[in-house]
Design a binder for this molecule. Sequence first.
Ligand SMILES: Cc1cc2nc3c(=O)[nH]c(=O)nc-3n(C[C@H](O)[C@H](O)[C@H](O)COP(=O)(O)O)c2cc1C
Length: 148
Amino acid sequence: MLSRLIYHSENHLGAVGGKMIADLNKIMDASNKNNERDGITGALIFDTLWFVQILEGDREKISATLRRLMADNRHDAVTIVDCREITERRFGNWWMGLAMLRGNTDEIYARHGIGPRLDPRKLTGEQVVAVALELAQGGLNRRLAEAA
Ligand SMILES: Cc1cc2nc3c(=O)[nH]c(=O)nc-3n(C[C@H](O)[C@H](O)[C@H](O)COP(=O)(O)O)c2cc1C
């Protein structure tokens, strides 16, 4: 059964910097590998306080991913925003795309009524999808550039 799960969580990666980016890249590498295997697509939006993730795929596979995610101490307070059956994928090109709240994305967040800081507790699932799709048009990242 094709389903979509959206959750937000508290980012425990610590302050922005080389280590946070390296940690994020580890998450993205594991996610892209596992999600390709499991047929899961989606997007991960983050800033220094929050993660917001959209997962699309088979209900059993999404649930298994959620169980692994909830045991991961790189974030906490996993909170379900929305979970439903869907008829088609919206992020079919992305095993997991990454978008960060900074500079050039401020305008997009503002247009969706978000900002100056991301607060996913105030967002509906549809708002999360709309923002992620707009961010995806500009190209999501697989990884972030690590400082030399
Ligand atoms: C915010 C966040 C998002 C994550 N997203 C995914 C994901 O989409 N898919 C995935 O397999 N693991 C994801 N992970 C990593 C899992 O918690 C876990 O570390 C990983 O699935 C273990 O993979 P492994 O058994 O291949 O080492 C995420 C972790 C965090 C903190």
